[in-house]
Design a protein around this ligand. Structure first.
Ligand code: UD1
Ligand code: CA
Length: 458
């Protein structure tokens, strides 16, 4: 059966105190609404209808997904009014699932179960038992324990306020019923809003079957209203992620000090030290070690590689048994073959290093292709930019570049060639030859350094 997911995201999110719409604030590097859309996209037959209001354009351009439809709620007149805006996009034979754009951790398994439970035409409500139910709509049950209504806190009697089973807002029901009942809902309540929760009493009056389900864990249905709640959910998410990694064979020095903002895949026997952040798509092989304070973005790190403390690796490929850092910066397009080394205070960009090649300290290597077993001395710079264009530097296998060399691209250093320390290389160096541009050293015999007792100073 078809499933149409309606995601309510029209709220202003005033309590975030932000210019950014609330649903675009990020959790684990993804906008809150993107989490919900991704969960909805997991339901294979889903069409996703997002109700936006505040800053709709910004929201639309920030969210990706399949089968997305947008509708606008011009004025926030309540959750039923919001869903009403989506009705023209809802297929009449579908099961409708209502989700909230600011409840990011809703699990695909939970909503799949709800959709399955609604397949017989029932109304399915996700409820949760809370120690402190304040702020939420309370679930009212009759003596037979059947749900008969939801009462919003502002409309509740003292006795109803004591009820700890609350409405998460998430529900599933047949499109046909939704379309029939929505127009009947009025706004005669304390907030003068059109409450979606009034569907429950309507369903009950029509002797309609109402089923309930509980989430897998309470955080799944927690909403984000302010930045403090956002950080709580972020920490919960990261902790869960660390637990999964550890159970999958990764040693983590402190599971509360690793953040994954994207997708991390990892083999076994990896070690992750404290304060490591992963962004985008990162793949770790086996036996990879990542030292403290590293930032790894959209990169692949092969078996046995070691990233030492305080390194940044972005858009790069680190080959097997390579060593990076400490204090290295690998920018986009860095590709290291097996056992290559990039050491401290080295910046690389759009460059490949052959097997066993070393850039051990204090260098900038950009737009370069280095063969195997090349040794780059400290302070070597590829001068790849002439102010207008970028040029390439090519260095053959077994070449040796002396310290403090400027390689003015485009330039090629041949295989087994050597460049003397302190050279500025503007022409190619053929295979096996020595390139040297150093001024010749002079020693002045009998020269005296001016001293304190020097007569000329008195
Ligand atoms: C709602 C439920 C309450 C439930 C709680 C769970 C109603 C009447 N009440 O209350 O039973 O316990 O959620 O968190 O449904 N929104 C719109 N347009 C509107 C109003 C709201 O898009 O006109 C969106 C908001 O952006 C938000 C969601 O709907 O994502 C919930 O709205 P909110 O005002 O936070 O509802 P609550 O009062 O918390
Ligand atoms: Ca809310």
């Amino acid at each position: 059966m078809a499933t149409d997911v309606v995601i309510l995201a029209a709220g202003r999110g005033t309590r975030m105190k932000s210019r950014l719409p609330k649903v675009l604030h990020c959790l684990a590097g993804r906008p809150l609404l993107q989490h919900v859309v991704d969960a909805g996209n997991d339901l294979k037959t889903a069409r996703i209808i997002i109700v936006t209001g505040h800053e709709s354009e910004k929201v639309r351009s920030a969210i990706n997904g399949e089968a997305l439809f947008y509708v606008e709620q011009k004025q926030p007149l309540g959750t039923a009014h919001a869903v009403q805006q989506a009705v023209p996009e809802i297929r009449s034979d579908a099961t409708v699932l209502i989700l909230y754009g600011d409840v990011p951790l809703i699990q695909p398994a939970t909503i799949q179960t709800m959709v399955d439970m609604a397949a017989d035409g029932s109304l399915v409500l996700l409820t949760v038992l809370l120690g402190d139910p304040s702020g939420y709509g309370r679930i009212i049950r009759d003596q037979a324990q059947e749900v008969v209504a939801i009462v919003e806190e502002k409309d509740a009697s003292q006795q109803q306020l004591d009820i700890c089973e609350v409405n998460t807002g998430v529900m599933a029901l047949p499109a046909e019923k939704l379309k029939n009942w929505l127009p009947v809902i009025d706004n005669k309540n304390a907030q003068q809003e059109y409450y979606l929760t009034d569907l429950i009493s309507l369903a009950h009056q029509h002797h309609y079957k109402i089923k309930t389900l509980q989430p897998l864990f309470p955080q799944e249905v927690e909403g984000v209203n302010n930045r403090s709640q956002l950080s709580r959910l972020e920490r919960y998410y990261q902790r869960q992620h660390s637990e999964q990694l550890m159970l999958a064979g990764v040693t983590i020095a402190d599971p509360d000090r690793v953040d994954v903002r994207g997708k991390l895949t990892a083999g076994i026997d990896n070690y992750i030290d404290v304060n490591v952040v992963f962004e985008g798509d990162v793949q770790l092989g086996n036996n990879v070690s990542i030292g403290p304070n590293c930032l790894i973005i959209n990169s692949r790190i092969a078996d046995g590689a070691e990233i030492k403390a305080n390194s940044i690796v972005e858009g790069s490929l680190v080959g097997p048994d390579c060593v990076v850092g400490p204090f290295a910066r690998l920018r986009a397009g860095t590709e290291m073959a097996e056992s290559a080394k990039i050491g401290n205070f080295v910046e690389t960009k759009n460059s490949s290093l052959g097997k066993g090649t070393k850039i051990n300290h204090l260098s900038y290597v950009g737009d370069a292709c280095l063969g195997a077993n090349v040794n780059i001395g400290a302070g070597t710079i590829t001068c790849n930019y002439d102010g207008l264009n970028k040029h390439r530097t090519t260095i053959g296998d077994n070449a040796f570049i002396g310290s403090n060399t400027s390689l003015v691209a485009p330039v090629t250093i041949g295989k087994n060639a050597t460049v003397g320390a302190g050279s500025t290389i503007t022409c190619d160096v053929p295979d096996g030859e020595l390139g040297l541009t150093r001024a010749k050293q002079q020693n002045i015999e009998g020269w005296k350094r001016p001293g304190k007792n020097d007569e000329s100073l008195q």
